[in-house]
Design a protein around this ligand. Structure first.
Ligand code: ADP
Length: 255
């Protein structure tokens, strides 16, 4: 049963809509009956135990994985097998992974300009200008001519965020963006994400950083065994979790 005190969004401001979404790997249901509506500008933190389907859920939103039941609509485009629709959705959705996935043979600047030039047909100098704007935003412009291996993990992840922003997406998806980082680098990446949230970006973040969730999230979505078990405002979720599963999850985080 879904426990929530969040009022449903109106149809007009919904950017992402998942209706009854399911995903199976063979006989195993990784996602079941997922209903999630995301408003423009909303920040959602997705949490839950390992293996609960968090990563699968956000990977379905830009079709890295394909759902096999229900509907996913992003900015008015339904994700189906249509290559045209998949391309349209991917142009609007930026994604940042746990492992930064930068191209090792390209400089930081080239990492940031490649997709805008190839996919959005932006001119080279305009692409460079945009790239520098976002590298400044993630406070790393001085690294533009270096290669990824010359940067720390935290710096590489900030480049990955800048690279996604260079496509001027409407939505940013984060899949455990700080999990591969040393503790001293986590804050610089979270600070960048807090800044992005302050700019009004629509964000879905799978993260174990509950401090970030408290500070930034409009809504915390708690998953277990492929289902959304509970979703609520952070203060309600953390202070008065409604389900035993969420209570157990939060208790384990404390210890
Ligand atoms: P989480 O992000 O919450 O840790 P995932 O979405 O990564 O969970 O995985 C959900 C479940 O689906 C896990 O049990 C995982 O083992 C399974 N799973 C994920 N990807 C695959 C795959 N490609 N093939 C088979 N099972 C998978």
């Amino acid at each position: 049963m879904l426990h929530t005190s969040i009022s449903p969004p109106t149809a007009t401001d919904t950017v992402i809509s998942l209706e009854n979404v399911g995903k199976r790997y063979g006989n195993f249901a990784a996602l079941e009956n997922i209903d999630l509506q995301v408003r423009a500008g909303e920040k959602i933190v997705i949490c839950g135990p390992s293996g609960s389907g968090k990563s699968t859920l956000i990977r379905c939103i830009n079709r890295i994985e394909h759902h096999d039941a229900g509907r996913i609509v992003v900015d008015g485009t339904e994700l189906t097998g249509s290559i045209k629709n998949i391309g349209a959705v991917r142009r609007e959705v930026g994604m940042v992974f746990q492992s930064f996935n930068l191209f090792p043979h390209l400089t930081i600047l080239e990492n940031c300009t490649l997709a805008p030039i190839k996919v959005r047909s932006v001119g080279a100098s305009a692409a460079r200008e945009t790239a520098m704007k976002y590298l400044e935003k993630v406070r790393i412009p001085e690294q533009a001519s270096k290669y990824p291996a010359q940067l720390s993990g935290g710096q590489q992840q900030r480049v990955a965020i800048a690279r996604a922003l260079c496509m001027e997406p409407k939505v940013m998806l984060f899949d455990e963006p700080t999990s591969a980082l040393d503790p001293e680098m986590i804050k610089e990446v979270l600070d960048t994400m807090v800044g992005l949230a302050g700019d009004g970006m629509t964000m879905l973040c799978v993260t174990h950083e509950m401090g970030f969730a408290r500070q930034v999230a409009d809504r915390v979505v708690f998953m277990d065994q492929g289902k959304i078990v509970e979703q609520n405002k952070p203060d309600v979720f953390f202070n008065t979790p409604q389900t035993e599963r969420a209570q157990n999850f939060l208790r384990q985080l404390v210890h």
